[in-house]
Each structure stands twice: as structure tokens, then as C-alpha cells.
Design a protein around this ligand. Structure first.
Ligand code: CA2
Length: 146
């Protein structure tokens, strides 16, 4: 049997609050719902997913470094660190696998500071504004690439 390809999913700060606050912006699905949906879709696609969430920039950097050589693709929503983190950008540059940046909300319809992404020029592609469905579309896209 060939080994299944692994997709690392990295959720940034405050995404542990999904479904518990601000449903008008981020919807009603919880982070567990999102991860469960990704696991289900991954098994249909013959992939495995490992999901990780942290409110801490350095922990996200550690997780991205640990993904080097151990995963075949990555989905990342760096949340607020999208707009500020050179450290996360530099860590993503260590990966030589496809990376999809996901944002639940349409950041371009929001405050101008959310229009800036430190990571968009180092990822393979980006999905914004499609709610939590964006994660599933990212997984489908990675399934085609890996
Ligand atoms: O739209 C996205 O996915 C964001 O990455 C979400 C970030 C925000 O800072 C980005 O500009 C856009 C915020 C994540 C906070 O998530 C919450 C979820 C529910 C309740 C409160 C916060």
C-alpha cells in the first residue's frame, strides 16, 4: 500500500472562537466542525489532514518548520498575523510543497489593513470570502496538485 499524502492545516489566532462569536462575519461553524469536514473530505480524496491552531506567532512558526519534509501540502489561515508577520512568511518560504492561503471573510471588503497580506507572494494560491467552504475548496485544489 502506498503511503497517504498529508496536508497540514494551520489556523491562526482567535480562530478557536469560530462559531462562538461574530457569526455575521465568520459564520456558525466551529473550528471542530471545520476540521471534521476537512478530515471527511480528505478521506474521500485519499489524503490525511493534520490540523493545528495557535494564538501564538512563534508556535505557528514552529509548526510550519515541523511541516518541512513531513507534509505534502499546506492550508493556512494566519488570521491577524496575515497582515503583520514576516516570521510566518519566512517560515513558509522553507516549504517546497503547495500552500493555499484561506480567509473566511472577504478581507477586501473590510478595513484597509486587512487588504495587506505578508504571505500572499509566497503561497501557491489564495481563497477569500467563501466562508469556511474555502477550506474544502483549498483541500480539493491541493488534491489535484500533490
Ligand atoms: O477572514 C479571515 O479568515 C481572517 O483571516 C480572520 C482573522 C482576521 O484578522 C483576518 O483579517 C481575516 C480573524 C480571525 C478571528 O476569528 C474569529 C472567529 C470568530 C469570532 C471571533 C474571531
Amino acid at each position: 500500500m502506498t503511503e497517504q499524502k498529508k496536508i497540514m492545516v494551520v489556523h491562526g489566532p482567535n480562530l478557536n472562537m469560530l462559531g462562538k462569536r461574530e457569526p455575521g462575519v465568520y459564520g456558525t461553524a466551529t473550528l471542530d466542525d471545520v476540521n471534521g469536514m476537512l478530515e471527511e473530505r480528505a478521506s474521500e480524496l485519499g489524503l490525511v489532514v493534520e490540523a493545528f491552531q495557535s494564538n501564538h506567532e512563534g508556535e505557528m512558526v514552529d509548526k510550519i518548520q515541523a511541516a518541512v519534509g513531513t507534509c505534502n501540502g499546506m492550508i493556512i489561515n494566519p488570521a491577524a498575523y496575515t497582515h503583520t508577520s514576516v516570521a510566518i512568511k519566512d517560515a513558509l518560504l522553507l516549504l517546497d510543497v503547495p500552500i493555499i492561503e484561506v480567509h473566511i471573510s472577504n478581507v477586501y471588503k473590510r478595513e484597509s489593513f486587512r487588504h495587506v497580506s505578508m504571505v500572499s507572494d509566497v503561497v501557491t494560491g489564495k481563497i477569500v470570502g467563501l466562508g469556511v467552504h474555502g477550506y474544502k475548496f483549498a483541500l480539493d485544489a491541493l488534491a489535484e496538485m500533490v
